[in-house]
Design a binder for this molecule. Sequence first.
Ligand code: AHM
Ligand code: MG
Length: 442
Amino acid sequence: MATLTSTAGIGSAQPQTKEGFHRGTKLVCASTSAFVAVAVRSQRSKVRKFAAARRAKTFNIDDVKDVCSQSGITLARYMIEMQKQGIVDSELSLIMNSIREATKTIACLIRRAPLQQTDLLGLQGEVNVQGEDQKKLDVITNNVLKNALRYTGKLVTMASEEEDIPVSGGDLDDEFNTKVVGESGSYVCVFDPLDGSSNVDAGVPVGTIFGIFKEDPGAECIITWETEGLNESELSCLAQTLQPGKNLVAAGYCFYAASTELVVTFGHGVAGFTLDTDVGDFKLTRPNIEIPKRGKIYSVNQAKMSEWDEPMQHYISDMQEGKGQTGTAYALRYIGSMVGDVHRTLLYGGVFAYPADKKNKDGKLRLLYEGAPMSFLVEQAGGKSITGHSRVMDIPPVGVHQRVPVILGSAEDVDECYGYFDRSKDPALQARCENRLAGIVS
Ligand code: AHM
Ligand code: MG
């Protein structure tokens, strides 16, 4: 059986560079075919070696002394304990506080939306940079999160699904014209404020996804688009933002469903919190989420099956018919909100996928603020996340809104799926995976 193995750990990014390229803004823009060839060769040996990052010591609930039987462990208390254990610093704690408050506001807005339809439901009338119609709630929730984060003063930049380019200091002056981003910050936050928003008017669960990187002053990255018309400071923000998933120091999502669930990792396992609406605080309800090694569910938009790459078609059809390694026919569950589908996959096991198809060679999901943070969570819970041939966390983004195929879930299920790609000798498919790893987007 083909399995995925990796020596790559968190913070071990090796950005691609080329001598002689413009470094004034810490950027390495564009690429020549010679460079591409070298980059592809140097990545070739790594392509087959990927998988769950080593999991560091998990947060131990027994280390938390003096738990109040009435209040339990709130997210704020959890962050204090994480700080005491040296897992996070005070800046990251502050950023998490802001995310916590923003998600509580977003949960409230979503609950109220059917009662305030004119203000909160329907289209905003704008199209975002990816050509998608923005919902009113896309815009509102983006502002909620952006404003919550800006006043931490701990971010150098942030990037959102709803912003064309990373938000730089100039955009984030407060009412006294003080720059609130870029002054003393050393973190970078990427987020999708309302993932699955096409579902929101019908009351179908949606979510917020976020990832946090540490600023890398020596950051160099390949940028193949989005540079036109950007000034020096914006280019610098872009360079900071384009870090591979394996550089993430924290990631999480908030799932707005029957209950509001905040699931987070700081690279030491995965913890789940539930919003206690009576007191308005998140309480630790799942101290150490571990994804089952195997599941019995596949979660994918099967309507697109005839458009997928052949290995994916064969894999899903075998799962459906019980012709896979377990001999069991899997059930299909698909909400169409990634946060919900990944949340269920984390708890029940199985596989969630948004694969490439004939029209969309990189699938639909965005690498930076959807694919990478979710992959970090899944790997930290003991699962795996691949594009087909390669590990999602290894891909160096070349654009903020770059898309990536994602197949994630239980380790043995993802290994099994990887086997189909591994046995496929389709050179075009393999080249696509290798190009992504080398920072070349088709
Ligand atoms: P969005 O970020 O524009 O909301 O799109 C992402 C969502 C994911 O939550 C979900 O997995 C996917 O789109 C569903 O797409 P489809 O309707 O093509 O199945
Ligand atoms: Mg989204």
